[in-house]
Write a protein that binds this ligand. Structure first.
Ligand SMILES: [Zn+2]
Length: 315
């Protein structure tokens, strides 16, 4: 049944997909500016992008400029109320001007989807990059405090240990100070070992190792009543990579491993009913992977409610 067209709305509470009896809500933060694509995926040139007709209009514009968003996903599974990735956050001092000192209504959107901060049980962090940990904390009387005070925050042990031994520049140290350390200091961060076959953290919720972008990067697999979904994190940044898995991001720690991860992931997903939910994919954000030419493509799956925002004038 098609829901009647809603008037163009930013109400993220209306955007969700069904995976068995799990309802996966997309919690919008912001669309990232058009300069993001050429910076993040420099090999996805306008030439390469415009040759993939299926990317338009949702995932790229007519000039071959990639659309890239920041959002998280919230759902209930196995009796737990879960948020996957926490975006850029508000009021953070960041080197990237598109991420600096944001004032979005992300928390209101999250609450509007039925997930008040106090109600969240589990926060899964696909990796410890600035645009995935920002709402871990919020400012309260000049201090950064955990946004989700009752939640366990989960990251892979490999990921946390990698950054502990990494010679971080000042912007990254700043990010750890305001968005990771407060959660650790509050005793809320759980480090999980994620073997090759994955780690089940709740019934129907499995973390899968997808290394390369970062060493401990995890994707999140959801299963319910024979249906499956995969939340990518940043093992895939943009659907153009389904066609060109060799296109990596400028911030992949191990580009060769990142490409190998994409290739094996796409081969495993191709032709299956798994709903792929991209952490940076613009609306419609989700789709199924099929073979296409000598690679793959994404067949978009629109959300159950709400309208894709393609054509919105903010990009
Ligand atoms: Zn990211």
């Amino acid at each position: 049944m098609r829901t009647p067209p809603l008037k163009e709305s930013n109400d993220a509470a209306t955007v969700s997909w069904a995976v068995g009896d799990i309802t996966v809500h997309r919690i919008d933060e912001i669309p990232l500016p058009p300069a993001t694509g050429p910076w993040l995926l420099p090999d996805a040139t306008p030439d390469v992008v415009t040759r993939q007709n299926w990317l338009r209009p949702h995932f790229a514009d007519d000039r071959g400029v990639l659309r890239i968003d920041s959002h998280g996903f919230a759902f209930s599974v196995g009796g737990l109320r879960v948020l996957v990735d926490t975006g850029i956050g508000n009021g953070k001092t960041r080197a990237n001007p598109a991420w600096h000192d944001l004032r979005t209504d992300y928390l209101a959107r999250l609450s509007g989807a039925g997930f008040s901060p106090e109600s969240v049980d589990l926060v899964v962090l696909t990796h410890l990059h600035t645009d995935h940990v920002g709402w871990n904390t919020r400012e309260e009387q000049g201090a950064w405090v955990p946004t989700f005070p009752r939640a366990r925050y989960v990251a892979s042990r490999v990921e946390r240990e990698f950054w502990a031994g990494y010679d971080m520049d000042e912007p990254r140290r700043q990010m750890f100070r305001d968005s990771v350390h407060p959660v650790e200091d509050a005793g809320l961060l759980d480090l999980v070992d994620v073997p090759a076959e994955g780690a089940e953290v709740a019934p129907g919720l499995r973390l899968l190792p997808t290394p390369g972008h970062t060493p401990g990067h995890i994707a999140v697999q959801l299963s319910s009543h024979g249906e499956t979904a995969l939340i990518t994190g940043d093992c895939v940044h943009h659907p153009v990579q389904f066609a060109h898995p060799a296109i990596g991001s400028c911030v992949d720690i191990d580009p060769e491993q990142a490409e190998a991860t994409r290739r094996s992931l796409f081969d495993a997903l191709a032709g299956t009913d798994t709903l792929v939910l991209g952490t940076h994919f613009p609306p419609p954000t989700a789709g199924r992977v099929v073979g296409h030419e000598d690679g793959h493509r994404l067949i978009p799956v629109p959300p159950v409610h709400g309208l894709p925002r393609a054509g919105q004038g903010v990009r």
